[in-house]
Design a protein. Structure first.
Length: 392
């Protein structure tokens, strides 16, 4: 792969709106990605392996629990810093960002927000340092876009709960030490349970043959009469709103992450267009190529403003789920379109692993589907503005 000479586009001087802390956090993540992710990621994606050696570095740049308070081992940062870290990591690879998103927003967030004090003290510091890795089990073979229909269930077994069922498409599951799993009790109410790797009857087979997120490990969670200690139930929230709250936090991070992937594709295409000569001129001199580049930077700039404002609203505790849906949907779609255009601008070279674009493009096919599909987020906006849900 080419050396990483990425330069971030900032057409509307967004940096002027960032604090010194934001820029420090962002630049540290950017340098780390250049040093530790860019040189190895293409190789790991080609091999379809997760690069475990980067876990310590992810912890060091604050990617595990950026907004979790320092007393629980988190970085104690605001929502914009969280977004900027996700942007930089996904600039490297969406699979690596997925690992960080799951750990922070889908494992640490529910333990911090819905967990007991004992659960927080036991798990959060180790999750923040990467000593423990987690995964999040919501999706099932028969229930993706409608998780409320889930069939995984638990019943009271006296001094423990007995858990049965299966989850599919679970990021990090093949190597996770713990799983935050959503299951129904005997009354059909959804609760979160912390499942630990060594519990009997719990297995995590890996999903192979993915063309997307190849440097991220994805798998199943199988529960065959797993005895779960009662103290592993998250006590402070139940119902579908509990997992959806986690998704809000992850989707917000994805809205920033997608900007990172788009920036990388744009920067690569711009650089290539200025260097590649055809018909005696750099291809950047042709109007058709300029149109592509001009539209890319326009869309990236709009996405940056959307996520920045959403970050302000999140910092004030005012961001709604529907606002988050809009940003996730818009920014991932924007990144996917930019990846496709940028790929074409590199001609034949665009399909090789010499450049990051094709990998971003394939990764984004997962990002546009997970954490709520493109269509489902549109329906969320539709329901929000009309007051009429059109899901069924
Ligand atoms: C690589 C990867 C990693 C993932 N990681 C995780 C994870 O860590 N944890 C986890 O719990 N899940 C995870 N997921 C699962 C992901 O969230 C689901 O794939 C997603 O929610 C869609 O569910 P589905 O695949 O079952 O598709 P379906 O729900 O079957 O949807 C199929 C199509 O139908 C459309 N559709 C569905 N309902 C409607 C409707 N009412 N109106 C119009 N169109 C509709 C959808 O938009 C989609 O286009 C991951 C998925 C992938 C691919």
């Amino acid at each position: 792969m080419k050396p990483d000479s990425f330069e971030a586009p900032d057409y509307y001087n967004l940096d002027d709106l960032l604090s010194d802390e934001h820029k420090l956090v962002r630049d540290a993540a950017r340098q780390w990605v250049k040093r530790e992710v860019s040189p190895i990621i293409e190789d790991y994606a080609q091999k379809a392996e997760f690069p475990h050696q980067i876990l310590n570095g992810l912890a060091e740049i604050g990617a595990f629990g950026p907004y979790i308070p320092e007393e629980y081992g988190g970085a104690g940062l605001d929502q914009i810093s969280y977004g900027l870290i996700m942007q930089e990591i996904e600039r490297g690879d969406s699979g690596v960002r997925s690992t960080a998103s799951v750990q922070s927003s889908l494992v640490m967030y529910p333990i911090y927000t819905y967990g007991s004090e004992e659960q927080k003290k036991k798990f959060l510091p180790k999750l923040a340092s990467g000593e423990l890795m987690g995964c999040f089990g919501l999706t099932e073979p028969n229930h993706g876009s409608n998780p409320g229909g889930m069939e995984t269930k638990f019943k009271d077994g006296g001094d423990h709960y007995l858990l049965n069922g299966a989850k599919l498409w679970i990021s990090n599951s093949p190597f996770a030490d713990i799983a935050v799993v959503w299951a129904k009790n005997e009354e059909g109410r959804i609760h979160g349970l912390i499942i630990e790797r060594d519990m009997e009857g719990f297995s995590t087979p890996e999903t192979h043959n993915k063309w997307s997120l190849r440097a991220s490990a994805t798998g199943e969670l199988i529960f065959d009469n797993v005895k779960v200690p009662k103290e592993n139930l998250l006590p402070n929230k139940s119902g579908l709103g509990a997992p959806l709250g986690c998704l809000d936090s992850a989707r917000y991070g994805i809205s920033w992450g997608a900007i990172g992937a788009a920036m990388d594709c744009y920067d690569t295409a711009l650089r290539y267009a200025k260097e590649r000569v055809q018909f005696g001129k750099p291809i950047a001199a042709f109007q058709l190529q300029q149109k592509k580049l001009a539209e890319m930077i326009t869309e990236i700039t709009k996405a940056q403003l959307l996520s920045f404002r959403l970050g302000q609203l999140k910092n004030e505790g005012k961001a709604t789920s529907a606002q988050i849906s809009m940003a996730k949907r818009n920014n991932v779609d924007m990144a996917l379109k930019i990846a496709r255009e940028a790929r074409q601008m590199l001609g034949g070279m665009g399909i090789t692993g010499e450049y990051s674009i094709m990998r971003h493009m394939m990764n984004l096919e997962s990002v546009v589907t997970y954490e709520g599909t493109h269509d489902i987020h549109l329906l969320i906006t539709g329901a929000d503005i009309t007051g009429i849900p059109a899901f069924n």
